[in-house]
Design a protein around this ligand. Structure first.
Ligand code: PAF
Length: 288
């Protein structure tokens, strides 16, 4: 695996691959890689001739009181994992090459960036779309891979790609879960044992709500109340940012049934903010 740190060298390398008719599969990450990331890497390898992974803990997507300084970093472990996965290139820029002094340009997808997590993390998605647009310009991928766990992020990045005529396929891959259902996340490492156990309520809530909707036990207009009542049974939850059912494109809260719907939750256990979601396709479920 080649490690490239300089954006210009990454660009030139990608240009050469593309000139030779290769396709580039790209997995942007902030490191602390887990099986969720590795599932994206495997998919990228299956579908492209060259696989590029980036690791960059992007300061622009963290708020002033968020966890940028303590965000887990494990470059040695990450490098080993990526070599095992036969990744071709690890792009590892430093902050000064991405945001040099005098940096002024930001990309923002309006409206969608203000909804759900955006309402609780002002500026977060502006930071995400800025870094992803820059990485796309540097790595020049044919396809880029994101996890469904960050569903809102994938909707926003798909919209940015479409609106800015970026010729890149955005591939959204299923959430990878631990055996007890907790969605894999680098932030799970912040949880102690009892918090880790408490966190399993998130997936339980999504499953129970999804099943209750499909079997007609709850109406869409009552879903939010149902989810909040379910989550409030767990005393270690310190705050619920949101829980409810949303349109999969506009991310607006729903009050009536649609064919495709998104159940989504964001909450805190102690200081750790966790998110998860589940898609519901009513037609597929109700074949009667
Ligand atoms: O999902 C993430 O890890 C980050 O938001 C991303 C896409 C790598 C941008 O920093």
């Amino acid at each position: 695996m080649e490690i490239i740190r300089v954006p210009r060298i990454m660009q030139d390398t990608s240009k050469t691959f593309l000139l030779h008719g290769k396709t580039i599969g790209f997995v942007p990450t902030m490191g602390a890689l887990h099986d969720g990331h590795l599932s994206l890497v495997r998919r990228a390898r299956e579908e492209n001739s060259i696989t590029v992974v980036s690791i960059f803990v992007n300061p622009a997507q963290f708020g002033a009181n968020e966890d940028f300084n303590i965000y887990p970093r494990d470059l040695e472990g990450d490098t080993e994992k990526l070599i095992k996965e036969k990744v071709d290139i690890l792009f590892l820029p430093d902050a000064s090459s991405i945001y040099p002094e005098g940096y002024l340009t930001y990309v923002n997808v309006e409206e969608l960036s203000e909804k759900l997590c955006g309402a609780f993390r002002p500026g977060h998605f502006r930071g995400v779309t800025t870094i992803v647009a820059k990485l796309f310009n540097i790595v020049k991928p044919t396809r880029a891979y994101f996890g469904q766990k960050d569903f809102q992020q994938s909707v926003i990045i798909s919209k940015m790609t479409y609106d800015l005529n970026m010729d890149i396929d955005i591939v959204v891959c299923p959430t990878v879960r631990d055996k007890d259902g907790l969605a894999m996340s680098s932030r799970n490492s912040y949880l102690d044992n009892s918090q880790r156990q408490a966190a399993t309520i998130i997936y339980k809530c999504l499953k129970e709500t999804s099943e209750s909707i499909k079997s007609g036990i709850i109406e869409i207009k009552n879903v939010k109340r149902f989810m909040l009542d379910f989550l409030r049974k767990e005393p270690l939850i310190s705050e619920i940012d949101y829980a409810g059912i949303y349109d999969i494109s506009s991310l607006e809260e729903l009050s009536a049934e649609k064919e495709n719907m998104l159940l989504a939750i964001a909450l805190r256990i102690g200081n750790t903010r966790l998110i998860d979601n589940m898609l519901i396709n009513i037609k597929e479920e109700r074949k009667y």
